[in-house]
Write a protein that binds this ligand. Structure first.
Ligand code: GMP
Length: 329
């Protein structure tokens, strides 16, 4: 993995999050699917926003969060995603650049506004997400900067992109460019409902294009349609080079064909908001992976970064991640 300008280039839906605390019973009243990511239209976004408590607005987007974490760790990261030339688009661009990620995708000059995700955080720390994709629907193969992909050790994408055929085409194009240049390709499965919607296509993708797979327990069980985590583990090892499988408070398991590491979750005094746990796990892991650390250390770095992001509201890191991981290196 030499001669590269970037460690990781992330491709994802460029989204500004609006987070607010809510009561457990609000979820049923507002007909929200707890812990899931549900796609909503502009009218539903307006209606839900009206019902939300005081909101905290900050840049998000799954792969965007992962890239922010990699930059915070000292890695070189770039991002490809679609915003509109509006105020939220400027906020997104400012924030991802300010943390040190290169982001030069052109903004859409017409069509829908920049995407937003309305996130309801219940007292148990769980997050329920409702995404209006807006300008993200414009992302397609033409947005894939081939030189940028070739210049990164790993191309990383969020599974949420699979909900749109043009975005899926964009990723497959990027995966081919990356592999032709001798680079690696990684995906996070994002959401078990998203896996349900696209199971066959995700399986093909993993077989044909993926070196490093991120998934949580529900997602990997859904992908291979098995009842237990152990069965999913046995299956995934046959299909990709490395899989990093996260299990919330039970930690994570990292497997390759001949290695398996059980990684404990990093203790957290209080889980405030689980938004971004998987995203920041991927940050720590991919940072370690592109620095040439062992899979076990990569898993530990993932756990440390995930623990930081769930100890406060929002999916971008707050504390000094470099300082936090120093103990594991
Ligand atoms: O979900 C991704 C990762 O976040 C897991 O592998 C853990 O490292 C971390 N994580 C998620 N939920 C929890 C939790 O409730 N407690 C703790 N300690 N870690 C968690």
């Amino acid at each position: 993995m030499n001669d590269t300008k970037f460690d990781v280039v992330g491709i994802g839906n460029a989204i500004v999050d609006v987070l607010a605390h809510c009561k457990e019973e609000d979820l049923a009243r507002l007909e929200l699917v707890k812990n899931a990511m549900t796609l909503i239209d502009a009218d539903r976004a307006d209606a839900l926003y009206d019902q939300m408590g005081p909101g905290l607005e900050m840049s998000g987007g799954s792969a965007g969060n992962t890239m922010a974490g990699i930059a915070a760790l000292g890695g070189n990261g770039a991002y490809i995603g679609k915003v509109r030339d509006d105020q939220l688009g400027q906020v997104f661009r400012h924030d991802i650049r300010a943390i040190g990620v290169a982001f030069d995708s052109a903004a859409a000059t017409e069509g829908s506004p920049t995407a937003r995700c309305l996130i309801f955080v219940t007292p148990d720390g769980h997050r329920t997400m409702n995404t209006f994709l807006g300008a993200c629907t414009e992302l397609g193969p033409d947005d894939i900067d081939e030189d940028l992909i070739k210049s990164a050790k790993v191309t990383y994408m969020e599974g949420y992109l699979w909900d749109r055929p043009e975005a899926k085409d964009a990723f497959v194009k990027a995966a081919k460019v990356a592999h032709d240049a001798g680079r690696q390709v990684s995906i996070s499965l994002s959401d078990s409902f998203c896996v349900d919607r696209h199971r066959e296509s995700f399986r093909e993708l993993v077989d044909d294009h993926i070196d490093v797979l991120f998934a949580n327990e529900e997602e990997i069980k859904s992908l291979y349609e098995v009842e237990t985590f152990e069965e999913a583990l046995a299956e995934v090892r046959k299909h990709c080079r490395v899989a990093a499988l996260t299990r919330s408070e039970k930690g994570a398991v990292i497997v390759s064909q001949d290695e398996l590491y059980e990684i404990s979750a990093e203790p957290v005094a209080k889980v405030v908001d689980t938004t971004g746990a998987g995203d920041l796990f991927a940050s720590g892991f991919l940072y370690g992976y592109t620095q040439g650390h062992t899979l076990e250390i990569c898993g530990q770095l993932g756990a440390i970064c995930a623990a930081e992001v769930i100890s406060h509201m929002g999916a971008r890191p707050d504390a000094d991640l470099k300082e936090l991981i120093a103990k594991a290196l």
